[in-house]
Design a protein around this ligand. Structure first.
Ligand code: SF4
Length: 491
């Protein structure tokens, strides 16, 4: 049976590996060495998949501009599942991303029937206070969809490029689906593309950290990014199977095409299997590209890249120049050329009032299970811990949680426990233990039968009590500093 991903029902996904094949999500493991100081969710494989995260990893390494974007539908209590997303937004912000957080009140209005006032109250009281308490910095943008003119305008424009059949294929919409619900979908796509608007510094890689149920939004938005852009930079194949870069401008104004031709010096063809380019290195064409870029910061960044590649290739002379090194240099030229080309294209598009969106990247994290096993459900308070739960209540919930232990102590000593089926271990893995070694030790002790569930519950309950107490104090502090965040509300 095919996996169904639905952003509006809490789907439980038991076999994450299926998502790699069915939806083209890439495994995250291979990327780990490329990420400076990876987040604990990355190290612990809580984040298991991604789309195009390579560009984000590269931006983090090189200091190039990038953004993180996410949204929260104001639907009820803020809980540990939301904290997972907030942690990732904040981590990317700390790693240099400009951060955007949208409160999806248009979605709550259309799907849940909430009033704007209720959306505002839940949005601030639950989500925004916790986001700030967890460490979100005021240089990021927090906005309510209903108050954000640029998102609303962009959503309307995106609507031209998507029709009902498409929405029905992606989301299963039927003749019963109300129009506002469809508009809220276009609004979410606009949320994701907003960081690339000129007023926020223009095209750049944007990552959206999500659970796999939110992937339909990503698929729709990635498609729209291409459809909305004035030009497309594409890798194409020639008759010999080699790849080259091409720019297409279907529907672009003639003047824009003429301008682009002027700025792209000569034919830009880098054949993937054509390594002559390395034996007679001539990187002046890359330099000429770079000079077309209007933003001094970006020009500086690309020039440094070109100089580094040139130096590396010139110093590495055959025969010491090993095959893989040639390939390595070639890949870097290829990637750099593509990026520079995209920059030039983006500038021309902006001059002619067009877009040049880069399809957004995403990461996918595992869902937390309910404290009693099964799914977390907002209608069963004992299945989840809210960030506003009384700390004593929170600790009590941990003590009542389902473990992966055996029925009796004797059995557990003999057979060991199952940490991978234990919601107490999951709490420690996802939230309560920073130290990887301590966590591994607990896991080992559990499996070998030298650790009993009572000691885990005690430790996790104490940690939960401390976390909730501290978090709630920080929420009160956040309340005092709300003004500094220039939150965009509905007028
Ligand atoms: S010993 Fe700890 S990790 Fe193992 S099943 Fe019991 S509570 Fe879970």
């Amino acid at each position: 049976m095919n996996t169904k991903l639905d952003p509006w029902s809490s789907s439980e996904i038991t076999d994450y590996s299926k998502l790699f094949e069915e939806f083209g999500i890439s495994p995250f493991d291979n990327l780990l060495p490329e990420i400076p100081s990876p987040h604990m969710y990355m190290r612990r494989r809580v984040i298991f998949g991604h789309r195009d995260y390579e560009q984000i990893a590269e931006a983090m390494r090189t200091g190039a501009p990038f953004s993180v974007m996410d949204g929260f539908m104001p639907s009820g209590k803020v809980h540990l599942g939301h904290k997972m997303v907030m942690d990732q937004i904040i981590w990317h912000q700390q790693m240099g991303a400009s951060a955007f957080v949208g409160i999806a009140d248009r979605e709550a209005f259309s799907v849940r029937g909430f009033s704007w006032q209720k959306c505002r109250e839940i949005g601030v009281e639950e989500y925004i206070l916790s986001l700030i308490a967890l460490g979100f910095k005021p240089d990021g943008l927090i906005y309510f969809q209903s108050g954000c003119e640029s998102v609303k305008d962009l959503a309307f424009e995106l609507g031209v490029k998507v029709n009902f059949s498409e929405l029905s294929a992606i989301y299963g919409f039927s003749g019963e689906t109300n129009l506002s619900h469809m508009i809220s979908v276009a609004t979410q796509a606009a949320d994701i593309l907003q960081p690339q608007l000129e007023e926020f510094g223009g095209p750049k890689p944007v990552v959206v950290p999500v659970g796999p149920d939110q992937d339909p939004h990503l698929r729709l938005t990635r498609g729209l990014a291409g459809k909305m852009s004035m030009f497309r930079v594409e890798e194409r194949e020639n008759a010999n199977g080699g790849k080259y870069l091409s720019v297409r401008g279907k529907g672009a104004p003639k003047e824009a095409l003429k301008e682009l031709k002027k700025r792209i010096p000569g034919k830009v063809k880098l054949y993937e299997e054509h390594l002559d380019v390395l034996q007679t290195p001539d990187y002046s064409f890359l330099e000429r590209f770079v000079l077309q870029i209007n933003q001094p910061e970006k020009r500086k960044y690309f020039m440094a890249q070109v100089q580094e590649i040139t130096k590396f290739a010139n110093e590495a002379k055959p025969p010491e120049f090993l095959e893989y090194e040639k390939y390595f240099v070639f890949r870097r030229i290829w990637k750099t050329t593509r990026k520079i080309l995209e920059e030039v294209v983006a500038e021309v598009a902006a001059e002619f009032d067009g877009y040049a969106f880069i399809p957004p990247a995403s990461t996918y994290h595992r869902f937390m299970s309910g404290l009693q096993g099964g799914k977390m459900s907002s209608s069963i308070p004992d299945s989840y811990i809210a960030l506003t739960d009384n700390p004593k209540e929170g600790a009590k919930k941990v003590k009542k949680a389902k473990t992966g232990g055996c029925m009796t102590l004797e059995e557990q000593k003999k057979l060991g426990g199952k940490p991978d089926e234990c919601s107490v271990f999951e709490l420690m893995l996802f939230h309560l233990l920073e130290d990887d070694e301590e966590l591994l030790e607990i896991r080992q002790e559990c499996i070998s039968g030298t650790r009993m569930c009572g000691s885990c519950k005690q430790l996790a309950a104490e940690k939960m009590y401390e976390f909730l107490k501290d978090h709630q104090e920080k929420r009160e502090l956040a309340r005092e500093h709300l003004e500094e965040y220039k939150i965009v509300y509905k007028k």
